[in-house]
Each structure stands twice: as C-alpha cells, then as structure tokens.
Design a binder for this molecule. Structure first.
Ligand code: GLA
Length: 657
C-alpha cells in the first residue's frame, strides 16, 4: 500500500490549494515564479473544477489541466490532484433534480454555492465515477502527480426519498429483521412500531422530539453513505495508479464523519485546521487536532488546509498577528505533520471567498502575508529530511468516539449546555498545559501501550469498549473517567442503574441517584476546587472519596472518587483544577512532561530525535535546555538556555557531549 512517504520523498510538503481556473493563463507563470520564491513544492489542483472539466454532461475539457500539470512538473512542484466531485456543475441539478439534497423539512438545497449533492443519488454517483475515471486514466502516469485528494471535506446531509431507500437497505444489513430494529430503537414507546421497511424514513422534521436511536442510526448511516462515495472514487484512482497514495481532507473534530472508520480506508490522513487567531487557546486547539489526526493516521499526517491570514466565515474575521502563521505551521510539524498547506495559494478577487486570505494576499509579493509565508516555506525546507517519517510517542491516550458524540447531540437530554467537543477540549487542554504529549484512541482500540487513559465523557460505551477498559486497568493501566460516562449502550439504551454495573464496580461507585447538570456559567463547590457544567448524586461503593461536593443539595457527597488505579470525576473541574488533578494522576501513573520548568505558554514536543519548543505567548521568554544542542532553524548551537521571541520557535537536535 502506498503511504505518505511516497508523496513526501524526504521533503515536508509545502503549498496549498491552487485554483488557477480563476485566472488568465499569464498569471500562472507569475504564480510559478512566486511559488518557487515561497518554497512551494506541492499544489492541490482541481478541488472545485468540475464545471470547468465537464462544462456539459459528458464533455471533457482537460487541455488547461494538461498545461498546468506540465507547468508544475517543469518547475519541480508536485501535484495533489483532486477529484472535482464536491461541487457538481449547475447542469447536474438542473437536469437531474434528484441529485440535489433535501433538508430535514424536505426543502431542496439548490446549486449556486457548492457541495449540493445527495450522497445516495445513483445519478450523482455515476457522474462522479465517470469524471474520476477519466481524470485518473489521464493523469495516473503524470510525473507531477504525488497524491490523490478525493472530493473535499465530505459534509453533506440529505433527507430525500432516495436517501430513505438507501437508509432502509443500510438498516436491513445492520439489524437483519424489523423485529430487531424495533427492539433496538425502542419503538414500543409512543406508538412508533414499524410494520414494514417502507414505513421507515430519515428522521425528518416532526411534531415533537424524534426517536434518539433512529437519529443515531441515521448519523451512522450518513457517515457511511458519504464513505461509500469516497471509497468508490478511491478505488477508481487506485486501480489506475496503485503506487499513488489517496486521501480526503477531514474537517477537524467534525461531527458528520466517523473519522476513525474513514481513516482506516485512507493511505494518508489529512485535515484542515482553522483556529481563530483571536482564541487565546488556539495553540491548544491546534495541538489537539494534530494529536487526533496523528492518532487516526497512526503516524505522520497532512495539514491540507490552514489560513495564512483571516478566514471569511466567522462573524468577525481576524488576521493572524505577526509570527502566528509560522508558529502554528511549525507546531503542526512538531505534532507529526509531514505537510503544511493552505487554502489557497492566491487570494481570490471574485467569488464567495475573496476576503479569505491566501498565501499570496491582495497585498501581493510585498505584503506581510506572502513574506511571512515564504519564511515558513524556507524553514520547512530546512527541516525536511530530518523530520519526515519520524514519529511521536505518547504514553497517555484520550478516548474519543463519534457514536457517543452523536448520541449526546440528541433531543431530550439533561442539558443543552453540554457540548461534547468542548468537554474533550477541556481535558486535552489540561494535559497539554501540563506539558504531556497525548494520543487519541477509540474506546475499542488496544490501550495496553498507554500508562494513562483519559475518558473525558463517553456517554455511550459498547460492551466491547467496557471489556477493554476493565482489562486495561486489570493489566496495570490507570484510567480516569469524566462525568456521564458509560450510561448508554450502542443503541442509546440507558444501562440498568444509570451506568454500566461493571464500570461502576471498577470505579468504586454504587447507586447513581440523579444527574445534576448546572445552569449556563454555573459552578458547584467541591473540596479544593470549583466544578462546572455538571454534578452527580451517587454513592461510593469501595471507592475512596478524593473530593466531596460542598454546600447545596450535594453537600458531602462524592465529587471525585478513586478505586485503586481507576478514577471518576463527576463534574468538569475548572481548568487549573483539572490540570492539577490530571497532573497528579499522570505523575502517579508514571508519565512525565516532555520538559519541566517551562515558562507559561511554551509547548515542548519531541518528534523523533528533535525537540520542538514553541512560544504561544506574545512576550519573549527564556527556556532552560539540557545540554548543548544544534538549533535547526538558525543553524546555530544552543547551550543551557535560549530565548524564544514572541511566537518564537526553536527546533533542537540531540544534545552533544
Ligand atoms: C474549507 C474548504 C476550502 C475553503 C476553506 C475556507 O476548508 O475546504 O475550500 O472553503 O474552507 O476556510
């Protein structure tokens, strides 16, 4: 199977989406000149080119792409070639309205933007396969081709009648019989029993709350339906070029795709990351997505898109202050990326994204954005061969599962303030701020190589996952579970007693009486800290009470319980408290920060033999560094200590004696 190494060939890929069909051909030559100046060695072509490639059904216009592929090759720039299937041309919706998605209310989602396709539509799939086939046949052997990029950020949802038929066949495969489906969905409640498969529809707009198990299966189905579109195109390009790796770019921590399952079907895992430059914790967000993507890739990954400056889809779109583009780019490399790419190369002058930054902004060659991006390109080239293919080892895993997230998003829950992704982020932040490197893992993965496993909040856990957690702790591992974990089984059926009995025994918990979610912004006092978001009323059974609730209805009842190496935290402690608690548990479990004594805001990551130091703060800091080491970005030598400027980065080689 091809891998990312087949694309990088010892260089970190640096470049971005290139949409040259927006520009007259003379500009292409100017683009190439500036790309070389900026250190660009990779462009992604064709992401939204369907209407240019196939202006009317069955027509083919490949001449412009031939010239571009040749131009790139002649200038030593590799091409990540996209199938254009994310944005069907207007003729498709106009001639084949059944390819257009319908929303939950049955309204058509029209053309005029992008991504207007129903993933279940056989017509869409047939056109997508045909253009992919011809594209692959034409360019499979082209020397510029380094990777296939299928579609773009698969994210469409559809509730149409065609989707209904497809959903039914997915359900038949999953449940086998209608009786089994009725049982799994609990349709005896509210007179929802299905008597024939044809009665089942996607969970459309309804009078009141919809059946959560029905909605959960539909989310699983939608992820799978999109994945079928992906694998169909993947199989076509791989047949033509078995030596070229295939990817599709994920959105980060996006609820629409079970990225664990998708990643298994990719040669290369790639992601698009757009933290808000105004977010004081943007660096942690980057780190989290890097850790998650690296874990899905089981090694190096591709940062397929980021912004060199502002995006244009937030309420207020902030540019990146000086140094931030460089810091976050090198941070991705530190966390395992072998590619640092942007959306897009040249900022558009027309169309919906004309105020979204590019590597080459409206300010042009002399602009700060281009100057800073070029510096990143030069530094990335310097790191190249010493970095690509190298690994990061972590002895902590954070567990994350889309199924639990989906079950969490349903109507009829205990609190609408509970946001799964925010909770995951809070726990990752505590570990990140304590300087420890973490992987992510699926709850059914083999966890034996980790000293500490952290479950921020997995409301839904399968029996297999619970078996795994039990044997992990029995085998000597340390486990910390956050609130409302292990409550439901895989059909979203609440387990007897409100939490799985074996998990309760493991954690030293007895009866769970009630869950007590907090009002927005509310806190609950616990011994030594404040809890946020959530609290619980339960009895310990064998577990030692590490901290109790203070005051209020839960006064004196346990907030944090420990049973040997298994911990349960029934609230979300405020950030400092969560960091302190997790640091203590992580120390006991034998994990260590990468470096101790770092100034606030400085991140240290070890990748292969290299030590990356990243200053997320806006003031210069001095960092103590053991031994005397080469610094790769400057080519200098560091002994004892070094200064990191605002948003500064150092990449240190092994200490020399
Ligand atoms: C996504 C898309 C790009 C572009 C950017 C803008 O990542 O893949 O085509 O629209 O968003 O931030």
């Amino acid at each position: 199977m091809p891998s990312l190494d087949d694309s990088t060939r010892g260089r970190i890929l640096f470049g971005g989406d290139y949409n040259p069909e927006q520009w007259p051909e003379e500009i292409w030559l100017e683009d190439v000149r500036l790309m070389k100046q900026a250190g660009v060695n990779s462009v992604t072509l064709g992401v939204f080119s369907w209407a240019t490639l196939e202006p009317r059904p069955g027509a083919r216009e490949f001449g412009w792409l031939d010239r571009l592929m040749d131009l790139m090759h002649a200038n030593g720039i590799g091409v990540v070639l996209a199938t254009p299937t994310a944005s069907p041309p207007p003729w498709m919706g106009s001639r084949h309205p059944e390819t257009l998605p319908r929303d939950e209310q049955g309204q058509t989602v029209w053309w005029g933007s992008r991504q207007q396709f129903c993933p279940s539509s056989p017509t869409y799939r047939a056109y997508a396969a045909a253009i992919t086939e011809d594209l692959a046949a034409r360019y499979a052997g082209h020397p510029a081709l380094t990777m296939w990029h299928i579609n773009n950020e698969y994210c469409t949802h559809c509730w149409c009648d065609g989707t209904a038929r497809h959903f039914r066949s997915w359900l038949r495969t999953k449940h086998g019989t209608l009786d089994a489906l009725n049982e799994a969905w609990g349709t005896a409640f509210w007179s929802q029993r299905y008597d024939a498969w044809e009665e089942i529809i996607p969970p459309r707009r309804a009078q009141y709350m919809r059946n959560p198990a029905h909605v959960l299966d539909f989310k699983r189905f939608t992820s799978d339906a999109l994945m079928e579109c992906y694998t169909a195109e993947r199989d076509i390009v791989s047949r033509h070029s078995p030596h070229i790796p295939v990817t599709t770019n994920f959105m980060p921590l996006w609820s629409g795709q079970d990225a664990w399952r998708w990643a298994e079907r990719e040669d290369v895992v790639s992601v698009d990351i757009y933290p808000d430059p105004k977010d004081p914790h943007g660096g942690q967000y980057n780190a989290m997505i890097g850790d998650m993507t690296r874990s899905q890739a089981r090694g190096p990954w591709v940062l397929m898109e980021q912004a060199a400056g502002p995006v244009n889809w937030r309420g207020v779109n902030h540019p990146k202050p000086r140094g931030l583009n460089r810091l976050w780019s090198l941070q991705a490399v530190a966390r395992g990326a072998d590619a640092v790419c942007y959306f897009q190369w040249r900022q558009s002058r027309q169309g919906a994204e004309k105020f979204h930054s590019g590597m080459l902004s409206h300010a042009g060659e002399a602009g700060r954005t281009f100057q800073e991006t070029s510096r990143v390109g030069a530094e990335i080239a310097r790191l190249g061969a010493q970095v690509t293919g190298t690994r990061i080892t972590a002895d902590i895993a954070v567990l994350h599962d889309w199924n639990s997230w989906w079950a969490d998003q349903q109507d009829g829950r205990l609190s609408t303030h509970l946001d799964y992704a925010d909770v995951v982020r809070a726990w990752h932040r505590a570990l990140w701020e304590s300087g420890r490197t973490t992987d992510f893992a699926h709850p059914e993965h083999d966890l034996t190589r980790y000293r500490l496993v952290v479950v921020p909040h997995l409301y839904l856990l399968t029996d297999t996952a619970i078996d795994g957690l039990l044997s992990y702790v029995r085998g000597g591992g340390t486990l910390v579970c956050g609130f409302l974990t292990g409550v439901a089984d895989e059909d979203d059926r609440v387990r007897a007693g409100g939490m799985d009995a074996r998990l309760r025994e493991l954690l030293g918990i007895g009866t769970v009486h009630e869950w007590w979610p907090l009002d927005a912004g509310g806190t609950v006092e616990c011994e030594g800290f404040l809890g946020t978001l959530w609290s619980e009323e339960f009895e310990p059974a064998g577990g030692e009470v590490v901290a109790a609730y203070k005051g209020g209805e839960l006064d004196g009842l346990p907030a944090v319980v420990r049973n040997g190496r298994a911990w349960y935290v029934s609230t979300l402690p405020e950030p400092d408290a969560l960091r302190a608690l997790l640091s203590r548990i992580a120390d006991d479990a034998g994990t260590r920060p990468v470096l101790t004594g770092l100034p606030d805001g400085v991140e240290a990551v070890r990748r292969g033999e290299l030590l990356f130091l990243l200053n997320h703060g806006r003031a210069a800091v001095t960092v103590q560094v053991p031994g005397s080491r080469p610094e790769l970005l400057t080519g200098g030598q560091v002994s004892g200590s070094l200064t990191l400027e605002r948003h500064g980065v150092a990449v240190l080689g092994e200490a020399v004696s």
